[in-house]
Ligand binder design. Structure first.
Ligand SMILES: Cc1cc2nc3c(=O)[nH]c(=O)nc-3n(C[C@H](O)[C@H](O)[C@H](O)COP(=O)(O)O)c2cc1C
Length: 396
């Protein structure tokens, strides 16, 4: 529950994407948030205050002249009881009003009256022509300069039947933006390159050798780095996981593919975290045709050769980024992990306690560096990833 203890003011303006605002409100509540809603008059043509009240369990505000507030000033009181304001959907009209300080209804006035420390996020949602008009782009630039967060928009098929940029982000993506807005930006301006998942080393066109890595730990770290403000590229072996929102993902199969993707994307990278379970060996001669099972014939004799060591290769480079390795051992973790750290020449090596963490949602980690070992106790991989990012922030 990543929004536990947080109160969000959700503003709705008059766009078709109001239908997604209902799910956005629910998704924030599922993450533990208390949600209050303020709606423009036009938004009520698309979804009723009753729906939003029923979903959030809180009275919905639609007018500046609402006597339910003891002092009759909802535009002052509402933004003072919330941690963040998110306007989703946000019309071209409302963007123009925010850019120019127009306060002619409750929602625009409370945005203007919000305390300077309360983040304001908007999710533009409109027809592609409206989005691309110079005036809308000028207004968006103005909002960015004023410190207002712009969530999206995405491109694709639009409700009006046209195709292009202007679609509101999906509710799950908006939730990620809200979680990020409430988090300290300890990694702002940093570029991370992270590897995750297993590699797959082919034997023939239909067979190969892989391992049990699910990618969950690496993906959680990529997400945590993005939430902390970093720009993140994730080089991933084959996994079934969705790409964390905000993260650029490059898919690879073998260790050699992974090395190529890593070395090709190192420019400007400050931190390299090698979480992937890279196969140590690959099959020397990969058959171009499926190896047939023939009755009475001997089983194939596979010859292995060593794969490149991606972490050690990066760590040895001139101007190498800050390198972090991962180790999963079935025995003697402390001894092997510290030896691996020295062999690879990296300042920080993270040990997974127990190789049975593969595929699970939780884990226990030990951090090895020049000062010794630090255990991050058993927790979800998402929480451990955050703690690891905090640790990195104090070391960089
Ligand atoms: C059916 C319909 C759909 C609309 N959808 C959008 C939209 O998605 N985005 C947008 O910026 N305006 C849209 N508009 C126009 C706005 O509703 C209009 O600009 C209105 O003044 C916005 O008011 P508000 O910003 O105070 O809510 C739509 C209008 C209609 C009639």
């Amino acid at each position: 529950m990543e929004l536990s203890g947080k109160t969000v003011l959700l503003g709705l303006t008059g766009g078709i994407a109001c239908y997604k605002a209902a799910e956005f409100a629910r998704a924030m509540i599922r993450e533990g948030a208390v949600v209050h809603v303020a709606m423009t008059e036009n938004s009520q043509q698309f979804i009723t205050p009753l729906t939003m009240q029923a979903l959030t369990g809180n009275p919905v505000f639609t007018s500046s002249w609402d006597s339910r507030q003891p002092n009759n000033m909802p535009h002052i009181d509402l933004p003072r009881k919330v941690d963040v304001i998110a306007v989703a959907p946000c019309t071209a009209n409302f963007i123009a009003k925010l850019a120019n300080g127009i306060c002619d209804d409750l929602l625009s006035t409370l945005c203007q009256a919000r305390p300077v420390t309360t983040p304001l996020l908007v999710a533009p949602a409109m027809n592609v022509e409206m989005w691309e008009k110079p005036v809308t782009q000028r207004n968006i630039c103005q909002l960015q300069q004023d410190g207002i967060g712009i969530m999206g928009p995405a491109s694709g098929f639009q409700a009006c039947g046209e195709v292009g940029k202007g679609r509101m982000l999906e509710p799950a993506e908006l939730v990620e933006e809200v979680i990020a807005a409430l988090q300290p930006k300890t990694m702002a301006g940093r570029h991370f390159l992270i590897t995750a998942g297993p590699t797959f080393e082919p034997i023939d066109p239909v067979r190969g050798i892989t391992n049990h890595s699910s990618g969950k730990m690496g993906y959680a770290i990529a997400r945590a780095a993005w939430l902390a403000g970093a720009e993140v590229t994730l080089v991933s072996g084959p996994t079934a996981l969705p790409t964390p929102y905000g993260v650029k993902r490059i898919d690879v199969m073998s260790a050699r593919d992974m090395l190529e993707a890593v070395t090709g994307n190192l420019e400007g990278i400050d931190v390299f975290i090698s979480v992937a379970a890279v196969a140590d060996w690959r099959v020397k001669h990969v058959s171009t045709q499926k190896i047939k099972k023939v009755a009475g014939q001997a089983v194939p004799d596979l010859v292995f050769v060593e794969n490149p060591d991606i972490l050690a290769t990066v760590a040895k480079m001139p101007d190498a980024p800050y390198c972090v390795g991962f180790a999963a051992e079935s025995e003697n973790l402390r001894e092997y992990a510290e030896a691996k750290r020295r062999k690879k020449g990296v300042p920080l090596l993270v040990g997974n306690i127990g190789h049975e963490t593969f595929g699970k949602d939780d884990n226990t980690l030990i951090l090895f560096d020049d000062n010794g070992a630090l255990e991050l106790p058993h927790d979800s991989k998402q929480n451990l990833a955050r703690r690891l990012i905090d640790q990195l922030a104090s070391r960089l």
